[in-house]
Design a protein around this ligand. Structure first.
Ligand code: R5P
Length: 276
């Protein structure tokens, strides 16, 4: 059985009903469940808190009706909070995985999950996760656009995306949490120990969120004399007007459609074809 949430309707025909009660509670209906292997396609972003809860409601409903469900969610929110930096912090990534497991996910299929940092099958928080990478699709797309390019990452954590293509990683340092309501650690610097002068550069990352990382990386390689600079990532959240800012300072920006955006130029369908 294949169940498709309305928030996946750009990639497959939806057959689940999701609505909102007048008070804001989520209404979910998964019709025609059979006691068999099922695949549930549901994005967990944007509006991640609601989307996660909707996933829990659907998974529990499938479990209660006797189905065994693989959840396909291309971007896993909370995946960057996989360590405790300050005493008392929630290990959100693990908690979300445990929650999905408890709700009935037999397996999670996702793409460039931040804390896994490579393709493959893993167990995290007890949940089996099959993690694909969009790196090859993004690099192929970049080569069609730009021809010969040097591929780099803005930090060491994303280096796995470029290693097999001879790519190098810059180093990034974040500061502590800033004062105020927003939990944000500002980027202090992005450092580079290799030459970029006269080269066409693709900066590739797993995600562009506030754009702080990419903006610093673009500034760095432009200062180093790079010829043309493109930015790409698997997941484009593009918060704080960062898409506009990036477009102003580089030669092009593109991402996959794991999260739909105006620059989702690369389809994730080839990665999910076995499930779709
Ligand atoms: C962090 O380690 C990730 O790989 C990304 O570099 C980061 O999450 C991007 O966030 P932002 O766009 O807010 O700098």
């Amino acid at each position: 059985m294949r169940f498709v949430s309305p928030n996946f309707s750009d990639l497959a025909e939806p057959n689940i009903e999701i609505k909102t009660f007048p008070d804001g509670d989520s209404y979910v209906r998964v019709p025609s469940i059979k006691k068999e292997e099922s695949v549930l396609f549901h994005r967990l972003y944007p509006e991640q808190n609601t989307a996660i809860l909707q996933a829990v409601l659907m998974l529990e409903t499938l479990k209660r009706a006797g189905a065994s469900t693989t959840l396909v969610s291309p971007y896993l929110p909370y995946s960057r909070q996989d360590k405790v930096f300050r005493e008392g912090e929630a290990m959100s990534a693990e908690i979300i995985c445990k929650l999905l497991l408890e709700a009935g996910a037999r397996k999670l299929v996702t793409i460039d999950c931040h804390f896994l940092k490579k393709e493959g099958t893993f167990t995290y928080g007890g949940l089996e996760i099959e993690n694909f990478s969009a790196n090859k699709l993004l690099i192929e797309h970049a080569r069609k656009k730009m021809g010969e390019i040097e591929i780099i990452t803005p930090d060491i954590g994303a280096k796995y995306l470029v290693e097999e293509f001879g790519g190098k990683g810059m180093e990034k340092k974040r500061g502590g949490y800033q004062k105020g309501e927003e939990a944000y650690r500002k980027i202090e610097f992005v450092e580079r120990k290799f030459e970029v002068k006269g080269k066409n550069i693709l900066i590739l990352d797993d995600m562009i969120s506030t754009g702080g990382t990419m903006i610093k990386a673009v500034e760095n390689v432009k200062k180093g004399g790079a010829e043309r600079v493109f930015c790409a990532a698997t997941h484009g959240l593009f918060l704080k007007n960062s898409l506009k800012k990036l477009k102003e300072i580089c030669d092009g920006v593109f991402v996959t459609d794991s999260i739909p955006s105006p620059v989702s130029e690369v389809s994730i369908i080839p990665l999910l074809k076995d499930y779709l």
